[in-house]
Design a protein around this ligand. Sequence first.
Ligand code: ATP
Ligand code: MG
Length: 381
Amino acid sequence: MKARYQKPLNPFPTTGYYGPDYFCDRESETEQIVGLLQNGQSCLLIGKRRLGKTALIHHIRHFLPKTWGFVYLDILPTENESQLLNSLGTALLQHFPEKDPLGKRIWDFVKTLRPVISFDQLNGIPQVSFQISQAQRPVMDILDFLSKLEKPVVIAIDEFQQIHSYPEKNTDAWLRAAIQQLQNVFFLFSGSQQTILSELFSDPSRPFYRSANPFLLKPIDHGEYRDFIINIFKKHGKTLRPELVDQMLDWTKCHTYYVQSLCNRVFQLDKKEYTEEDWKSCAQKILDEGETFFLYYRTLLSTQQWKLAVAISRTGRIFSPTSKNFIQDHQLGSGATVLKSLQALIDKELVSQDSDSEGKSYYEVNDVFFERWVQTKFGIG
Ligand SMILES: Nc1ncnc2c1ncn2[C@@H]1O[C@H](COP(=O)(O)OP(=O)(O)OP(=O)(O)O)[C@@H](O)[C@H]1O
Ligand SMILES: [Mg+2]
């Protein structure tokens, strides 16, 4: 059976997944991950914030066999293993309706673990909560039960880095053991780059990537995104010239969420033909509206961190943040101060490290609109 998707209000959605028609490229990533899952291998999708990890998980689901079970859970709101169990239980009951024969078996099984099941008064969606302190055993029991079903089940756990903030310190270890033992249950973990990567490589005794194939998500190819955007406008009887799309992709650094946001705005203009002024005025409006939010960043940071965030934004990419020129130009104090602030900005996920096509490492701020706002306020350089 083909999955049905709601039509988005605007063909450039900035939240959610609306099916392949509104999804650009990611063909090779989808093909590889679907292929691995179909061969019984779990995967770990790592990527910068807002690059399209969650949407890609749903896209992958679209291409998995329709007979397979697929359970998605976003564990960002969870704070410990017990809440992870609640999240898993809830996702299961929400995914498998009780009236289906398979759903009935799953509901019956979850009920043997004696949870409190409540239903949202408005939409009837079930919510599960277990009143226990030790969650590892019931999670394993659920996974074990799923592995004995006739059909394979993929469990997608989004914002996976969250487990590192649990008070229990060995969640990844027993999950890893679960991955290795279970047949017919495969995992698709996903999370933001910095925390997962540092955890993966800082501790050789925890080689999670050996149990789940790691994928580092990159920005969508510029040319692919250009064609995709032009086509969507064309389908709606609108003409956006390639050179304008190129300018828009450069301005948003081809970073998915920011591209989508700008295109969404431009699409809203009641026009058939666009000029450079049109997209630029949309971009300016986005920055004006974001200003309160950008200024709020300042209250979250120390003076040194703010100065460094501004300096990195003005530069776009900084290859040597402790170089004499950079420090002098932006009056950042000493190299040691810069390094300390840089680590704080990385920990807060405001800045991330990346490498260019030649493998040279650089830093940039994650929020492209913040970067552009700083550049209009304080200049480029
Ligand atoms: N390949 C794509 N084509 C078109 N739109 C996309 C694509 N990937 C993601 N998007 C859209 O971009 C927006 C942000 O994507 P998404 O939420 O998946 O990013 P994310 O990496 O999960 O972000 P976060 O780090 O905040 O969790 C969503 O509206 C999504 O629909
Ligand atoms: Mg996400």
